[in-house]
Design a protein around this ligand. Structure first.
Ligand code: T46
Length: 183
């Protein structure tokens, strides 16, 4: 597996070794020993999630607060997404900065998003299957997030608002500034 450091400390892009033959292909989508050896992160994922999205669906930016914060290992099983993570660690030199990457079914790249980050993605194709591992359980009362089009974060999603499908819940998420002022 190829592991590449992202400029946001603790964030990694992982590319598995793919074995191809006349039947198709095989790759290990997660191997704890290799992951820990190559990232130096000792993690214990406890929950797998999966979502299916039409083209233009934008989910995020989400995170869980406090003791319920989650690190995530995210990947695309079918289709493609523009995946974005935002550093919300107040003591981080990259606080408020974000990293974007296209994850798709052909390159099989994965993104490891540490605790203390907000995460979201835009589905670039219909029937995109997004699958991810979390190292903490879902806790509805600890859910929080930031408006996807927050002016300070200034994330380029590549599509104009009228082409996006965003849940009512996500449209009511706070701005980055209101979150910073609150904590
Ligand atoms: C996240 C989650 C949700 N749910 C329930 C709560 C709702 O009734 C329903 C849909 O949840 P939501 O609209 O929050 O789903 P997404 O918008 O895909 O949320 C995810 O979107 C971005 C990409 C993330 O990074 C987060 O992991 C996650 O928040 O599933 C659960 O039962 N367990 C869970 O772990």
């Amino acid at each position: 597996m190829l592991v590449e450091k992202v400029f946001l400390e603790g964030c990694f892009v992982l590319t598995p070794k793919v074995f191809e033959d006349e039947r198709g292909c095989f790759f290990e989508s997660f191997n704890k020993a290799i992951f820990e050896k190559q990232t130096g992160i000792n993690t214990n994922f406890v929950q797998d999630n999966q979502s299916i999205s039409s083209k233009g669906v934008l989910r995020g930016l989400h995170f869980q607060t406090g003791d319920f914060a989650q690190s995530k290992l995210v990947r695309v099983i079918k289709g493609s997404v523009l995946d974005v993570c935002v550093d919300l660690r107040k003591t981080s030199p990259t606080f408020g900065q974000h990293f974007s990457i296209v994850l798709d079914e052909t390159k099989h790249k994965q993104l490891y998003v540490p605790r203390g980050f907000a995460h979201g993605f835009l589905a670039l194709e219909n029937d995109t299957i997004f699958s991810y591992k979390c190292d903490n359980f879902y806790n509805k009362n600890a859910e929080s997030g930031i408006l996807f089009n927050d002016e300070i974060l200034n994330i380029n999603w590549g599509l104009s608002r009228e082409n996006l499908i965003v849940s009512e819940k996500d449209m009511e998420l706070p701005t980055f500034k209101s979150l910073v002022d609150e904590y």
